[in-house]
Write a protein that binds this ligand. Structure first.
Ligand code: GLV
Ligand code: MN
Ligand code: MN
Length: 407
């Protein structure tokens, strides 16, 4: 069996650890998170690593280096998913690294660095709204107030972590100092490599983002008796705001993307009631932080103007921000050389999606390898695909990188 075939088989196995019947959804600190983590730890041990859960529910495997005092090179990605996810977002980066270690161990080869593989418990932020909880802690950037974030049932991160067997008090101790390099492999989640007919590519930088919670409050009323002029319909105001987000970002198509991913009428709404209260989210991203910050200010102006004209109140809470992160030039060059060594043309491309690598970039030189995503490049969707042959090539590239990289 090739690296790629085993990766696809294992991704299929992990997809069975889902909290939703008939679709893949695996969120942080749930029984399915535990099951996926236990399976990943078992594969890590089988490959030749020591592996265990840490205080935040991440699974970390370690393959010792040639000497006891060798530096550490870290790789990793996430084992949580979005709701109704594809099979490869996140887990690919974990599974490809396990293949590399299994191959090294089979050959009895030790590297001039200890190689650690992290399976982060949360990257997507689905359950608690804050993203990249695991990698944030590794970067020493976990803020204690994040423990008070609550899921839709009112359970706090602190409560869920304690019930999972984790330990909030040990989170500061997860901060990693002196990591020589962090490299993450991930499916591209877009069509660039597919359109260029290339199996792999080197990431140049990762886009920064804002997440905003917005609430519109109007006036509920009887759908049959309140005349159209003068209505203070919260849903129509939110709809106009959502369209304003789209129009604003569409006017800068190469620089900015904006998404209203959640929109809900309070209480679910009713057919015969004018909506009085609506909540929605905005996800705003750009590779250029100045463009993103300016866009947030301009959007605020536009959305508050909509609220004023429609006589509704707008609460606007940008609650989360990630800076854009450039990848390390020397590591990019090393990945490029490993791609070239497979006889593949080197393609550089930026990442519009967020990744754990953004956090680790705060404490170590960071680089990312992208593998081609099939099916038009679709991701965050069950029809995400990955070819075994591409997974195989990406693993060979990572292995070559590990065997030639000098930290
Ligand atoms: C994670 O997948 C993100 O980019 O939101
Ligand atoms: Mn994702
Ligand atoms: Mn991902």
């Amino acid at each position: 069996m090739t690296f790629g075939e085993r990766i696809l088989e294992r991704a299929e196995c992990l997809a069975a650890f889902t909290e939703d019947e008939g679709r893949l959804t695996r969120t942080y600190l749930t029984p399915m998170h535990r099951k996926a983590g236990e399976q990943i730890a078992a594969w890590m041990r089988e490959a030749g690593m020591q592996a265990s859960f840490d205080a935040l529910g991440n699974v970390v495997g370690r393959y010792e280096g040639a000497t006891a005092d060798a530096p550490v090179v870290l790789t990793g990605s996430h084992m949580d998913t979005v709701v109704d996810a594809g099979r490869y977002d996140g887990v690919f980066g974990i599974l490809t690294a396990i293949e590399c270690v299994a191959d090294l161990a089979k050959r009895g080869k030790r590297l001039p660095f200890a190689f650690e593989v992290a399976a982060f418990g949360d990257e997507e932020g689905v359950r608690f709204g804050v993203t990249m909880i695991g990698s944030r802690a590794f970067a020493g950037r976990f803020r204690p107030e994040m423990l008070e974030a609550r899921d839709k049932d009112g359970v706090s991160l602190r409560e869920a972590l304690t019930a999972f067997g984790g330990n909030p008090d040990e989170i500061p101790g997860l901060a990693r100092k002196g990591i020589a390099a962090f490299v993450e492999s991930h499916i591209e989640q877009g069509p660039v490599l597919l359109d260029d007919n290339l199996s792999v590519g080197v990431v140049t930088s990762i886009a920064g983002s804002y997440r905003v919670k917005a609430k519109v409050t109007g006036l509920a009323g009887h759908a049959g008796t309140v005349r159209m002029p003068g209505r203070r319909d919260a849903l129509m105001a939110a709809a106009e705001m959502a369209l304003a987000v789209e129009a604003h970002c569409a006017a800068q198509p190469h620089e900015l993307v904006g998404t209203v991913g959640k929109l809900a009428v309070a209480g679910g709404g009713a057919t015969n009631v004018i909506p009085g209260s609506v909540e929605f989210t905005v996800d705003l991203r750009s590779g250029d932080d100045a463009v993103r910050r300016r866009a947030l200010r301009e959007l605020e102006d536009k959305l508050f103007a909509v609220a004023k004209r429609r006589s509704v109140a707008l609460e606007w809470n940008p609650f989360f921000e990630l800076q854009a992160m450039p990848c390390d030039p020397r590591m990019q060059a090393a990945l490029a050389a490993s791609i070239d060594a497979q006889g593949i043309r080197v393609r550089h491309l930026p990442s519009g999606a967020g990744h754990d690598a953004m956090e680790l970039a705060h404490v170590a030189p960071m680089a990312m390898l992208f593998v081609r995503c099939g099916n038009g490049g679709i991701s965050h969707h069950p029809s995400e695909t990955l070819a075994a042959s591409d997974a195989d090539i990406a693993t060979s590239v990572l292995l070559h990188f590990l065997e030639s990289y000098v930290p």
